[in-house]
Design a protein. Structure first.
Length: 229
């Protein structure tokens, strides 16, 4: 099977390259496209992820029910979800659900270990940002995002809560260059922040570094360039 490029010669490649360069000049992608995609991926699921529990009723076995029936209702700005969970005498579980407004929806079943709303990372970032004087903003963010879905989602949800303290929502991660360095990640992120100051390509005087552990621990710190004031 051919991908369509086997018959291209040097002239064809040159023409395609010139077309690509022309589009880059005439219609370039937005400079913040990456951060828009991250935020969009996070906010597109907020109605489902952050829905508020408004009712939780448990009916135990009795004359009108052969098993335990739990009715749970969630509400958010644009969605209402009603779930009925029935646990039978054999231990089997049946889940029925209704959505309002009516429409086509994708249902995803997760275990408790899969759900990540960025709460731990938000707490770590909030505590670190509390050391920053009002009116000042973090210029650069260094982290250990490695392509795993839950890491990106975690950052997206945390970002929604702390972005007003950041000058930019972009981030720098060393995983592509150095791989996953495990327990050395925090030290490496700090080194990268200092190196950016020394070599003159940092965004400013304040940097935030954060990292996550597979065991659930989250850490964040705000560091300032020496003699910055």
């Amino acid at each position: 099977m051919s991908d369509g490029t086997d018959d291209l010669d040097h002239m064809d490649a040159q023409i395609l390259a010139e077309i690509d360069d022309a589009f880059a000049v005439l219609d370039p992608p937005p400079a913040d496209l990456d951060e828009r995609v991250i935020v969009t991926l996070a906010t597109s699921r907020l109605d489902a992820e952050l829905a508020r529990l408004v009712e939780d009723v448990l009916v135990r076995p009795g004359a009108r029910a052969s098993g335990r029936v739990r009715t749970v209702r969630f509400e958010s700005a644009g969605l209402e979800v009603l779930l009925q969970v029935v646990v039978t005498g054999t231990g089997a579980v049946r889940v029925d659900g209704w959505l309002a407004p009516a429409g086509v929806a994708v249902v995803e079943l997760r275990t408790s270990d899969d759900v990540c709303l960025g709460e731990g990372l938000t707490t770590a970032m909030t505590q670190a940002l509390a050391t920053v004087e009002p009116g000042r903003f973090v210029d650069d963010v260094y982290c250990d995002i490695n392509g795993e879905r839950y890491r990106t989602e975690e950052w997206g949800f945390a970002l929604l809560r702390v972005q007003e303290r950041l000058r930019s929502t972009t981030y720098k991660t060393p995983v592509g260059d150095y791989g996953d360095v495990g327990a050395a990640t925090g030290a490496l992120l700090l080194i990268l922040a200092v190196q950016a100051w020394q070599r003159g390509y940092s965004g400013g005087d304040l940097s935030m570094v954060w990292s996550s552990s597979d065991r659930g621990l989250r850490s964040a710190a705000v560091v300032e360039r020496g003699n910055a004031r």
